[in-house]
Design a protein around this ligand. Structure first.
Ligand SMILES: O=C(O)CCC(=O)N[C@@H](CCC(=O)O)C(=O)O
Ligand SMILES: [Zn+2]
Length: 333
């Protein structure tokens, strides 16, 4: 079945996930004997009763409302899996993040949801996204409470700008070494070209799940923002296959290539409205800058490249004061 939208015909599975309408898939998993619940709007959990050792996998999409490619990828995958429901080999929590922003085709309504997964929110405490993050954290806590030791969180995003690596991931350094190794292997099988090791929380969902719930969490960037129903998701076939294999508890079809590993050199924080980036808004992710080059200036503060070479990721002068306006990374030895 398809639904016609302003952007053309949207496959029913995509429409349903984008609108957080889980009725069809929930029915199929229930019929296959799973315990299915919807603890909050946009959140679906599917568990097998009496199987405490199963891996627990949280998959989130749409934390930024204009990042629609992963919604399409997961919608098709979930639709297919629900028709083969007994093959689901993990406890699954599926979270459609910023439902209001998805509806409006915007990154966020009041403020960036992916900076709200921390206690201090300052002036953003009363925003729609602060309330949504509270709901998501409560559901995440309930999902992982009492779960077995194998815990994953894949938070699927897309980047605003083009990138030297069209697919890349951010991995919190604090993940225990064994679990981190398995996660990096999986990211390789998923066709992810580069991994940024991140030592510090920026208030993101995946860092929160790693820090507070012992999950092997990661933010995965799959291409660029696009209109729902118009993304070329064929380019993410490896990621879709690897995710499907994870949910079915089987090895990915391809081992993939080892991603390039980068360490975080510095986070560029916007300190005031005087903040000015030294290069254009459309500078692509992983653009190399030489030692001493100016990155940004903000009043008396001048951010410069400290290593022989640093690469800029997520350059964004338009963020709110106090938030990350870019990440400088270096190739790991
Ligand atoms: O392309 C951009 O500038 C932003 C893409 C995006 O939403 N990235 C995430 C990364 C989260 C992390 O650091 O783990 C974000 O900025 O929230
Ligand atoms: Zn995003």
């Amino acid at each position: 079945m398809t639904q016609t939208t302003s952007s053309g015909a949207l496959p029913e599975a995509v429409r349903a996930l984008a609108e957080a309408d889980f009725s069809a898939v929930a029915g199929r998993f229930t019929h296959a004997g799973f315990t299915v619940a919807q603890p909050a709007d946009g959140i679906l959990t599917i568990k097998r009763a009496g199987a405490p050792d199963r891996a627990s996998v949280l998959v989130s999409v749409g934390v930024h409302g204009d990042e629609t490619g992963p919604i399409e990828v997961v919608a098709h995958l979930l639709e297919a899996l629900s028709h083969d429901a007994t093959k689901l080999a993990v406890d699954l929590m599926l979270c459609v993040g910023n439902i209001g922003a998805i509806r409006e085709g915007k990154r966020f309504i009041d403020a960036d949801l992916n900076r709200m997964f921390r206690a201090e929110r300052g002036t953003l405490a009363g925003t729609a996204e602060a309330a949504r993050a509270d709901v998501m954290m409560a559901a995440t806590t309930a999902f992982f409470d009492g779960a077995g030791p194998v815990r994953w969180h894949l938070d699927l995003h897309t980047a605003i700008r083009p990138s030297v690596y069209p697919t890349f991931a951010i991995v919190p350094e604090l993940i225990e070494a064994g679990a981190r190794g398995k996660l990096i292997d999986w990211l390789g099988a998923a066709g992810i070209g580069a991994i940024i090791m991140n030592p510090q929380s920026a208030g993101t969902y995946s860092y929160y799940a790693s820090e507070h719930h012992g999950a092997a969490g990661t933010t995965v960037e799959l291409g660029r923002i696009g209109t729902l129903g118009q993304n070329d998701i064929g380019q993410f076939a490896e990621a879709a296959q690897a995710l499907d294999a994870l949910l079915r508890g089987v090895a990915p079809a391809a081992a993939g290539r080892a991603p390039h590993i980068f360490n975080t050199a510095q986070q560029i924080i916007k300190l005031s409205d005087q903040f000015k980036m030294a290069f254009g808004r459309d500078t692509q992710n992983f653009t190399a800058l030489p030692q001493g080059a100016e990155i940004a200036r903000d009043g008396d503060t001048v951010y410069t490249v400290r290593h022989a070479q640093e690469y800029v990721v997520f350059p964004n002068p338009d963020v709110r004061v106090g938030l990350r306006a870019g990440l400088m990374v270096v190739r790991a030895a």
